[in-house]
Design a protein around this ligand. Structure first.
Ligand code: ZN
Length: 284
């Protein structure tokens, strides 16, 4: 059994696995190590035939502050790690290495988790910022605590939306534009009304409610669950999701490249100081 540093892997009930983000001191900002560990844990749960449903949860007051922008060895960690996708060019100059990292770690992993052949449920509390959405949205169901707040603030960073660009499919076209244009937080109640989350529950009932839901689903035949998931995913993909996401990912890389040329860094330099001071985690 692998030892994880940044997450916990639990079996809280029969046929249910729970993966818990465990960097509460960093508001669960996603380092490259955390993303790889998360991927290993998802693989473990997916390949374990005694698991039918996977819960993704987080320790601490906030689900995730997004990608860990202050991580200094991100490229080294990714370069040295065994590839999980098919992309290459990690050590190349110019925009290539940035695109390679984001193709593997961001859109690549989120897409991979979205297509895991078992039901997944996100249990979400506190703030879910930018890259945080890229952990929550790939899950099949989302249970939100009443204090949950959702934000994509990438436009404030000079980037045209998070890498896993599912916004129009999650909250509808108009709200997708508003959340991107304003960088405002959406409340649990609001995203429930928009159909982005399945349930809103009191914070102290988040984990019991999610576990109960997972256990009820886990009683069903797994092959039927797997194919029901596939059927809905195929329906969504036939609405243009994959093409839309490929286009937005290209725009996202164009923004990073533009910022690099104009500002010498991949996001607008005013963002970190203005929004987060010296604190970790914001998502890009
Ligand atoms: Zn990016």
């Amino acid at each position: 059994m692998t030892d994880f540093e940044t997450i916990l892997y639990e079996r809280p009930a029969d046929k249910v696995a729970r993966i818990v983000l465990n960097r509460p001191e960093a508001r669960n900002a996603q380092s490259m190590r955390m993303l790889y560990e998360l991927n290993d844990a998802f693989d473990r749960a997916a390949q374990d035939d005694s698991v039918s449903v996977i819960i993704l949860a987080a320790n601490g007051p906030h689900f995730s502050a997004g990608h860990d922008l202050r991580e200094t060895d991100a490229l080294e960690v990714v370069t040295e790690h065994e590839r999980v996708g098919t992309w290459c060019g990690f050590g190349c100059a110019g925009a290539q290495s940035q695109m390679a990292v984001e193709k593997e770690m961001y859109i690549g992993l989120s897409e991979r988790w979205r297509n895991l052949p078992k039901p997944t449920i996100a249990a979400v509390q506190g703030k879910v910022i930018a890259g945080g959405l890229m952990l929550v949205w790939p899950c099949d169901l989302i249970v939100a605590a009443d204090d949950a707040l959702f934000q994509d603030n990438t436009v404030s960073m000079g980037v045209a939306g998070a890498e896993f660009f599912n916004h129009p499919f999650e909250v509808g076209v108009r709200k997708a534009k508003e959340m991107l244009f304003t960088s405002d937080f959406l409340t649990a109640e609001e995203v429930h009304r928009l159909g982005m989350v399945n349930h809103v529950v009191p914070l102290d009932e988040l984990h019991s409610h999610t576990l109960q839901l997972a256990s009820r689903i886990a009683e069903k035949p797994l092959f039927a669950l797997r194919l029901a998931k596939e059927a809905v995913n195929v329906a969504q993909d036939n609405q243009g999701r994959v093409n839309a996401m490929q286009t937005s990912f290209a725009y996202h890389q164009l923004c990073h490249s533009h910022n690099q040329q104009v500002h010498g860094m991949i996001i607008d330099p005013g963002f970190m100081a203005k929004t987060f001071g010296t604190k970790a985690g914001a998502g890009s």
